[in-house]
Design a protein around this ligand. Structure first.
Ligand SMILES: NC(=O)c1ccc[n+]([C@@H]2O[C@H](COP(=O)([O-])OP(=O)(O)OC[C@H]3O[C@@H](n4cnc5c(N)ncnc54)[C@H](OP(=O)(O)O)[C@@H]3O)[C@@H](O)[C@H]2O)c1
Length: 301
């Protein structure tokens, strides 16, 4: 099978597509013929060598998100599974033509959702949904989302709006029109953020930091209760400021809920698609850190 691999830590160019043996599903697993696969900042960190606790063996496969079609099942799994369109999380092997995953990890892909969008939702949906639950975002809240135009931010702002919250989102000016179309009050990040938020006339009651830098300090300065400032990027500042680190663990049930909203057209995620052969370009786009929506690899068009 074709798979994205890297032979050493380094810049996007260390990635290439290699031919590897087809994997076989073990007991309780299914094999998925991957149609599309997400790329996320985690993958950039792995390829850069920043994930020291993970077992990396070169040539190392990569990728945490897949969407495709079940083509084989392992012992203990009904062969009725074969042919199902599915999506889900995996570990360091999703950017490949075939991936074996536990059956319990699968989420069924609704017919209304295309494979690239399905693959793109996997991590962002679980992270955003888990974060909003942990921060107890609900009606009457004013949520400030730092990095609102990225993949997690895009899903978080829409889920928060559906939950009845008013949403303020930080982004570069080029993404303000995009955020407005999602029903978000856009503000520019940077040193003037606190004044920009105050100028909206809304006082944030809860904040989600998907940006890092000074986002936590600015949320504190805006008067948000420290217990309702959650970060998914900056554990160190959270500890210093006494604010919350959001873990948002992988949760297929949570993913299925968000996928259903997307299938109903109540939630969107713009996709920036690259063929698998351009995995290095896709990584460079994620690493640049200024994208809108989600970068996805098309493995099988
Ligand atoms: N993806 C996940 O499921 C997941 C899970 C756990 C943690 N995280 C972490 O969460 C962060 C965001 O992930 P993502 O997948 O949403 O990333 P992403 O899609 O690459 O989006 C990054 C966003 O950050 C914004 N940004 C860049 N510099 C900023 C700054 N100084 N202040 C505020 N915003 C800034 C950009 O906005 P502009 O384009 O408008 O500049 C861009 O839209 C990453 O650090 C990632 O490691 C992600």
């Amino acid at each position: 099978m074709r798979a994205a691999v890297f032979d050493r830590y380094g810049p996007p160019e260390v990635l290439h597509v290699a031919e590897l043996p087809d994997p076989e599903p073990g007991p309780g697993q299914v094999r998925v013929r991957v149609r599309a696969a997400g790329v996320q900042p985690f993958d950039v960190g792995l390829r850069r060598g920043r994930m020291s606790r993970l077992p990396v063996h070169f040539p190392q496969t990569i990728g945490q998100e897949y969407a495709g079609v079940v083509d084989r099942v392992g012992a203990g799994v009904s062969d009725q599974r074969i042919g199902h369109d599915v999506l889900g999380s995996t570990m360091m092997n999703g950017n490949a033509a075939l991936v074996c995953v536990p059956e319990t990890n699968l989420v069924l892909k609704p017919a209304e959702l295309d494979f690239p969008t399905a693959a793109g939702l996997v991590a962002a949906a679980q992270t955003a949904s888990g974060a909003l639950a942990e921060l107890r975002v609900g009606p009457g809240d004013v949520l400030l989302v730092h990095a609102a135009a990225g993949s997690v931010g895009t899903v978080a702002v829409q889920l928060a709006r559906l939950a009845g919250a008013t949403v303020i989102g930080t982004a570069s000016p080029g993404n303000h029109g995009y955020l407005s179309r999602l029903g978000v009050l856009p503000v520019a990040y940077g040193p003037d953020l606190v004044e920009a938020v105050r100028a909206t006339g809304q006082a944030p009651t809860v904040a989600l930091d998907a940006a890092g830098g000074i986002a936590i300090e600015q949320s504190v300065e805006l008067g948000v209760d420290r217990d309702r400032i959650g970060t998914i990027v900056d554990d160190k500042t959270a500890a210093e400021q006494g604010t919350r680190v959001v873990r948002a663990p992988r949760d297929p049930a949570r993913l299925a809920e968000v996928v259903q909203l997307a299938a109903l057209g109540r939630l969107t995620l713009p996709i920036r698609a690259y063929p698998l052969a351009e995995v290095a370009e896709a990584h460079a786009a994620v690493e640049a850190g200024h994208g809108r929506g989600k970068v996805v690899l098309i493995v099988e068009p």
